[in-house]
Design a binder for this molecule. Structure first.
Ligand code: ATP
Ligand code: MG
Length: 280
């Protein structure tokens, strides 16, 4: 079910950028040049205890800048999903704090978190996560349905524009099983954008798509950032996908290992290779 699955994140001292990329004080939250859609400060997430203890997050502080596509990369087990889930209010840290814009989410109760996710966060998953019994249009309108209301005239206009820009006009009365993977993912993107959320979290959004559909989905996410000013944080293992991002954050062992402005796919691949060699 859509509700209660993922959510997303924030940060407080924006990302701890690497020295060469730092243009503003990352802990100055009021600077105009990089207003934050979300931030986390001093996040730790620990599983188990004693010999079996796992530090999934080991002191992460980062800010997701508004109007940017941020790629989150790192080896399997480095903490990407854990970070995203805490930022989205789907999981709670062992210690540390998280904000969505000015709302501290780490102090909210479950009900308030659910509402915040529904109204202010969008999700795009690897497995699409559409409701199989609803057609494309009703899937796109689902966030409003869950909120117990109909879209306003302005929102309906926005949804129509999104549907058109995603090329879904001919498919609105199709149910998910009648759509290709790429089309299903476009419906999921339309749903994520429909409420104009503070932040969209995309967890390996091209992971289940062939390379052509994957490229189309990435182009649509990048266009949502460029044309609509949408903020998107995307977990990916794919250097080509990450090369569409304005910024690439690398996690390793539950810590931020690097934080870089837009990189080419070759630069990203080289960084991943170097990180693997350090870990080996
Ligand atoms: N519920 C849990 N109980 C115990 N350990 C967990 C739990 N969830 C995550 N972990 C551990 O925390 C660490 C980080 O996991 P996480 O899922 O955030 O990694 P990831 O970077 O998303 O990896 P992947 O690329 O494989 O999805 C891993 O070592 C994982 O085994
Ligand atoms: Mg993961």
């Amino acid at each position: 079910m859509y509700e209660g699955r993922y959510s997303r994140a924030m940060c407080r001292g924006c990302a701890v950028p690497s020295v060469e990329t730092m243009t503003t004080d990352p802990f100055d939250l009021d600077h105009d040049r990089a207003p934050l859609a979300a931030r986390v400060d001093g996040l730790f997430k620990t599983y188990g205890s004693g010999d079996g203890v796992v530090h999934a997050l080991d002191g992460v502080s980062i800010g997701i800048r508004r109007g940017e596509l941020t790629a989150i990369m790192g080896p399997s087990g480095s903490g990407k999903s854990t970070l995203m889930h805490i930022m989205a209010g789907l999981d709670r840290p062992t210690s540390g704090r998280a904000w969505l814009a000015d709302t501290e989410i780490t102090t909210l109760d479950d009900l308030a978190l659910t509402e915040l996710r529904r109204r202010r966060i969008g999700f795009v998953f690897q497995a699409f996560n559409l409701v199989p019994t609803l057609d494309a249009l009703d899937n796109i309108r689902l966030p409003f349905e869950l909120d117990g209301r109909r879209p306003t005239a302005e929102e309906a206009e926005r949804i129509e524009a999104i549907i058109e820009s995603l090329g879904l006009g001919e498919r609105l009365r199709h149910r998910p099983h009648q759509l290709s993977g790429g089309q299903q993912q476009r419906v999921a993107i339309a749903r994520a954008l429909a409420t104009q959320p503070d932040l969209v979290f995309a967890d390996e959004p091209t992971g289940n798509l062939d390379s052509r559909s994957g490229r189309e989905v990435l182009a649509l996410l990048a266009a949502a950032v460029r044309d609509r000013g949408q903020t998107i944080a995307m977990v990916t293992h794919d250097p080509v996908a990450a090369s569409h991002a304005d910024r690439v954050v690398f996690l390793a062992d539950g810590r931020i290992a690097a934080d870089k402005p837009r990189q080419s796919a070759e630069q990203i691949a080289a960084h991943m290779l170097a990180a693997d060699q350090v870990a080996a």
